[in-house]
Design a protein around this ligand. Structure first.
Ligand code: GDD
Ligand code: MN
Length: 367
């Protein structure tokens, strides 16, 4: 028995699967093969049944009905863990994942590292996709990577090698995705459990025979990715931080307009411009303090002592954010000559990112 198991889910792959297994054999890959077939109507399962009688290292797991790529892998990995394999590979049946790269993938994979056959690192390529499929995939990958903060270039890759240590640590029954979102979900789990992600380039060649099962899966997968993202602490904090920012902008304006009405009656000797400057200073201070309190209590849930030090840091960051806001607005409107509304949007976004990142990494470090 080999230490490595290649898990290949199949649904209607009769013209691919036997050829793929024989390519694995010819290239003398030191691995066993487990095909997980969802009762393919085209008889893929029967073909592999026959072959597995002749090849001791080829196994098949039959499942009753098509239940999705993720479910097939979960079943395959459980089977492999029971049999004590050390490394478990996920691979498509349709030759999109190059057999030649298997040795490199297996090498890269170790007790602390999940290895990825990657289309989007240097040396990686995609061959045979039409432009729209390419953009869909690139877009899906970009959104997934950003939302889940996945530290790999190819977050939706299907060609991977997982150490048994990782698959044992996570509870395979808790995986959310039944379909294609399984791929990024596994990377997220790896990252969150302290495993490294490493990539080796592949040339992904579009299938020659049979058809992709990915159509109609996009919306379902996207929903799962968004759901997973919202459960990530940093993104949740970012959303809350944005809400706090929006509320306190209203506080800022509200107080400013109120004071502009009230103050002239109190300080009758001051001119309107001076009154406005005073009103602005007060409204900014109040809204900054109120944002600090809301972010401390709600966004970052800080229970630390040293409120003073935290508050000072928060104000320093906010001052930086204020400058960035203004400079960006100036650059976008005066220099680039864009309309004010774009200046406002871009400047607010720039300042928000700055404020969030610095507060997260400095003011509320470690929370
Ligand atoms: N058992 C089982 N059940 N197998 C399935 C199912 C299912 O419900 N759905 C798909 N498969 C099998 C296919 O037979 C194939 O062997 C493999 O899973 C990949 O399916 P494809 O339909 O060929 O996927 P793709 O080429 O569109 O997508 C590939 O690239 C994506 C990224 O662009 C896969 O590698 C994906 O995992 C990857 O996310
Ligand atoms: Mn495919």
């Amino acid at each position: 028995m080999n230490q490595t198991l290649i898990v290949i889910p199949t649904y209607n792959e009769k013209d691919n699967i036997l050829r793929l297994i024989s390519a694995i054999e010819q290239k003398k890959i030191a691995a066993d093969v487990l095909v997980v077939d969802d009762n393919s109507p085209d008889g893929t399962g029967k073909l592999v049944d026959e072959l597995s009688k002749k090849r001791s290292w080829v196994y098949i797991l039959h499942r009753k009905e098509k239940a999705g790529l993720g479910k097939a892998y979960i079943a395959g990995f459980k089977w492999g863990l029971e049999k004590k394999y050390k490394k478990l590979i996920s691979m498509d049946a349709d030759f999109s994942h190059p057999v030649d790269v298997l040795p490199a993938l297996i090498d890269l994979c170790n007790t602390k590292t999940v290895a990825i056959g990657s289309r989007y690192v240097k040396g990686g390529k995609i061959v045979g996709w039409q432009l729209n499929r390419y953009f869909n995939s690139w877009g899906a990958n970009f959104v997934t990577r950003t939302l889940l903060m996945i530290k790999a270039k190819d977050a939706t890759a299907g060609f991977k090698c997982y150490p048994a240590e990782f698959l044992k640590v996570i509870n395979l029954d808790n995986i959310q995705s039944s379909g294609y979102a399984f791929q990024p979900e596994m990377l997220l789990l790896a990252q969150n459990n302290g495993f490294k992600l490493r990539e080796t380039p592949i040339t992904f060649v579009d299938r020659q025979v049979g058809s992709s099962k990915i159509q109609g899966e996009l919306v379902k997968s996207a929903r799962i990715v968004f759901g997973l993202a919202l459960r990530q602490k940093t993104l949740r904090q970012f959303v809350k931080f944005g809400i706090v920012g929006a509320i306190n902008s209203l506080v800022d304006w509200g107080i400013f307009y109120l004071l502009k009405i009230v103050l002239p009656g109190v300080f009758t000797s001051l001119n309107l411009q001076t009154i406005k400057q005073i009103a602005k200073a007060i409204s900014f201070t109040v809204s900054a303090i109120s944002s600090y309190i809301m972010n401390r209590k709600w966004t970052f849930r800080s229970t630390r002592s040293g409120v003073g030090r935290e508050a000072v840091k928060f104000l320093v960051v906010a001052t930086g954010g204020f400058l960035i806001n203004n400079v960006t607005f100036y650059l976008v409107t005066a220099r680039a000559g864009w309309r004010d509304i774009f200046g406002l949007i871009i400047a607010t976004a720039a300042a928000t990112f700055w404020n969030f990142i610095l507060n997260k990494k400095w003011t509320f470090k470690g929370l």
